[in-house]
Write a protein that binds this ligand. Structure first.
Ligand code: ATP
Length: 769
């Protein structure tokens, strides 16, 4: 095993010192990888066989070492990125850290704390690298000259591969300013990250998180945290780093329950999906709004008026009435045959069985079981009376036989099913859309025009707006098949047994340091179901997540909020968005209104069910000043109430306005050609009204064969063509916005859509109108 350098070597410069230190960190990383690999090989070599417990123990260890190896593999890129120089030594600084960088003549009154993607200790267990998520690392992100948090200076390390190529220092202690070996480079690392070419995938910002962002990332787990900020202020980045932070800091609570991250679309998820693995987190479920109902991935939405209606909370009441109206008391007595015996069943018998089942407040399909039981009992009683009245002797054992006869009777089954039929969410919704008379009977207060909006033939594709309705229906209906319930219970019982096995295993095997009890228990449970927490959670509609992160949350409808409230009964949420960018038809106009469906209705000024806290981000990291100013001017002129943001940089390219003339497609292709002549290696997006997308794509493919792709298919293509809605949350080096007036006129909130489109570029904006 390599030893950590201790030392007497006199190094010529600070850069060389950091190179030595960082290469020692990599040596340690390699040693840990080799160790995990050896252990994995040893576990795999153990002879197969043994009982269930020892097999699952072996599997759990193998999985643990595999996970460790994967995690160590993820952190190779920019393993360490910062160093704090502290006033005093503490338990997070180490002699190794001191001697590795010190030359004996200076620095010996200070102490260093290196910050990186994971925590590392040397062979003697001294910390040599701190995980960015531990409390001791927060000063790296938050310290300022005014509030130095015990630090004298902060150093950013820039690495290429495993080699340190640049260091930048910020000094908090004015007495250190005279030191000749300190280079003051301000926010160079941040600027380098911000001006770097975009690849079509979001990258992590762990090395350059800013103070206001870090405070949000580390905010407490409980309750609803709303992060409001204009475009490009890092809301998505902050939300994802917060997910990683919470999973790390609240491992015990979140490991088994998981974190759900919700984004607006599949393309958005593709854009962000690399960030969490790069931060070492894989136990997160990413879902688009169309994917929140297991077994369905809706990608299309209804036209705006329909989406607005389907998103409103009136649909919740409608679904409740719809389900109730499928519990039907017959209007006439029915004559039935039970094994040759005729019976006349009065509506009151059904009504009474129904009333007693409804009283228990169970979901429809589960209530039906009680209803059936009640009705069968009442029918048996009636049959017994009928036979006794005729002089037949009926004892207890006869009663059981009669009850079975009634249960088997075809007429009884028809009678009970007509009164209370089991239903699936899909069937309920399809019937609601396809049966105008039924819909009219339960929407007395609606106008015919409103009812017409819901009209749809059976078998049509489910839309994004149908997803929360299906979920609400599933909640009202309950499990369709009670066997599924039993299966779930059996699975949970097996998991519990495996967790107990795991606890015993920990007592028997000394694995202290490498694993915690819950790690092993988690692994056993996961093994038992052959799935990770994330996999189990994403397939289970009734899964209760420990935390939910919602991005672009301004777009959510009341029905979508209601769905999310069911996914996290504890109401532990990070909600990020920009109210001014809200462009979907059912979106709210304030956070207060948006969150009513999550937290409960307001009564007398207080929100029932809890409150929420607000944090704001004000600095725009994406878009250069001149584009921000242009987009904000246009937004205001179009009547949009925006929160102005401050851009941290300007670019050399002014916004270009191009007149389209009679052929907007040709003018756009030309504008793209002009931009590609400036830089043909970066990413470019053409953002246009939906109706123009196919023609633009065809024309661009003709001019730039193989380079253009629709934004929904690939974000890594050099030229993406997409609608403002699809561009939400994404960014590109250059953007060409086509036909802005049509964007304004065609969408319900066209001014917000146009604002979204104009704030996507990191370098250049062209507007073709
Ligand atoms: N501290 C930082 N260091 C480096 N890059 C950053 C930092 N903060 C934000 N960025 C970058 O700024 C860009 C915008 O961030 P992000 O997409 O998270 O903004 P947003 O607020 O979600 O924007 P929008 O509302 O437009 O979707 C991203 O490229 C992100 O990586």
């Amino acid at each position: 095993m390599p030893t950590f350098p201790r030392g007497t070597r006199l190094l010529s410069s600070e850069l060389d010192r950091e190179r030595v230190y960082v290469s020692a960190l990599y040596e340690r990383l390699d040693a840990l990888k080799a160790e995990a690999r050896e252990r994995l090989t040893a576990v795999r070599r153990e002879t197969v066989g043994g009982n269930h417990q020892s097999r699952s123990e072996r599997d759990a260890y193998a999985r643990l070492y595999e996970d460790t190896l994967a995690q160590l593999g993820e952190v190779d890129d920019r393993l360490a990125f910062g160093r704090l120089e502290l006033e005093e030594h503490d338990e997070t600084t180490s002699p190794a850290a001191l001697t590795a960088v010190g030359d004996g003549s200076r620095h010996d009154d200070g102490a260093y704390r290196y910050i990186g993607r994971i925590g590392l200790r040397d062979t003697e267990h001294h910390p040599i690298l701190l995980d960015w998520r531990v409390p001791g690392a927060s000063a790296f992100y938050q310290a300022t000259a005014a509030t130095p948090m015990g630090a004298r200076a902060r150093r950013h390390l820039t690495l290429e591969g495993r080699r340190v190529t640049r260091i930048e220092d910020e000094v908090f202690d004015p007495t250190l300013l005279d030191r000749d070996d300190v280079q003051l480079q301000g926010e160079g690392a941040l600027m380098a990250a911000l001006t770097a070419q975009r690849t079509g995938r979001m990258t992590d910002i762990v090395a350059t998180i800013q103070g206001e962002q870090d405070r949000i990332i580390r905010s407490a787990l409980d309750g609803v945290l709303v992060v409001q900020g204009g475009p490009g202020t890092g809301k998505t980045a902050v939300a994802l780093h917060r997910a990683a932070y919470l999973l790390y800091s609240h491992r015990e609570r979140l490991r088994g329950s998981g974190v759900l991250v919700v984004g607006p679309s599949r393309s958005f998820l593709r854009y962000i999906e690399q960030v969490l693995p790069s931060l070492g987190e894989s136990g997160v479920v990413l879902s688009s709004l169309g994917g929140l109902y297991p077994g369905l991935e809706a990608t299309r939405d209804d036209v705006p008026d329909v989406a607005a209606l389907k998103g409103s909370s009136r649909m919740g009441d409608l679904l409740k009435r719809a389900v109730r109206s499928r519990q039907i008391v017959p209007t006439e007595p029915s004559e039935i045959d039970v094994d040759g015996e005729r019976m006349l069943v009065q509506p009151s018998l059904v009504a009474e069985a129904m009333r007693r089942a409804q009283e228990r407040g169970k979901p429809h399909n589960e209530g039906r079981v009680t209803f059936n039981k009640n009705a069968l009992a009442a029918l048996t009683r009636q049959l017994v009376h009928q036979l006794r009245d005729r002089g037949t002797t009926v004892d207890d054992s006869d009663e059981a036989v009669l009850r079975e006869d009634i249960r088997q009777s075809y007429d009884v089954r028809v009678l009970l099913n007509t009164a209370w039929l089991p239903l699936t969410p899909q069937k309920l919704l399809e019937d609601l859309y396809a049966r105008p008379n039924w819909l009219a009977s339960i929407t007395a207060q609606w106008s015919p025009a409103e009812r017409a909006l819901l009209r749809r033939e059976r078998g049509a594709e489910m839309t994004i707006s149908d997803v929360p309705l299906l979920d609400e229906a599933a909640e009202l209906l309950g499990e369709f098949d009670t066997a599924v319930d039993a299966d779930k219970r059996a699975r949970k019982a097996q998991q519990k047994r495996d967790i107990e096995n795991a606890e015993r295993a920990i007592e028997n095997m000394q694995v202290e340091g490498m694993v915690t009890a819950s790690d092993i228990a988690g692994n056993f449970a996961e093994r038992a179901a052959s799935m990770t927490t994330a996999e189990r959670a994403s397939g289970d509609r009734t899964w209760a997540y420990g935390h939910v992160v919602v991005d672009e949350a301004q777009e959510l409808s009341p029905m979508q909020w209601r769905l999310l409230a069911r996914r996290c009964p504890l109401r532990s949420f990070t909600v990020v968005g920009d109210i001014a960018q809200a462009s979907s038809p059912a979106a709210a106009t304030s956070w207060d209104r948006a969150l009513q469906s999550l937290l409960g209705r307001r009564r007398g000024g207080a929100t029932l069910g809890g409150s929420w806290r607000l944090e704001e981000l004000t600095v725009n990291y994406r878009t250069p000043t001149q584009i921000v100013e242009y987009a904000e001017r246009a937004a205001r002129a179009n009547g949009l109430d925006i929160t102005p943001s401050r851009s941290v940089r300007s670019s050399e390219w002014p916004v270009r306005e191009v007149a389209a003339g009679s052929d907007v497609v040709a003018a756009t292709v030309e504008a793209v050609a002009v931009d590609r002549a400036i830089d043909s290696t970066g990413t470019l997006a053409v953002i246009a009204p939906d109706e123009l997308v196919p023609a633009l794509l065809a024309a661009l493919l003709e001019r730039f064969p193989g380079e253009a792709a629709p934004g929904t298919a690939s974000l890594t293509a050099p030229i993406s063509v997409l609608s403002p809605a699809t561009s939400k949350g994404l960014e590109f080096d250059a953007v060409v916005v086509t036909a802005p007036t049509r964007i304004l006129d065609l969408s319900i909130r066209g001014n917000a859509s146009l604002y979204v489109a104009m704030t996507r570029p990191t370098q250049r904006l062209t507007v073709v109108s």
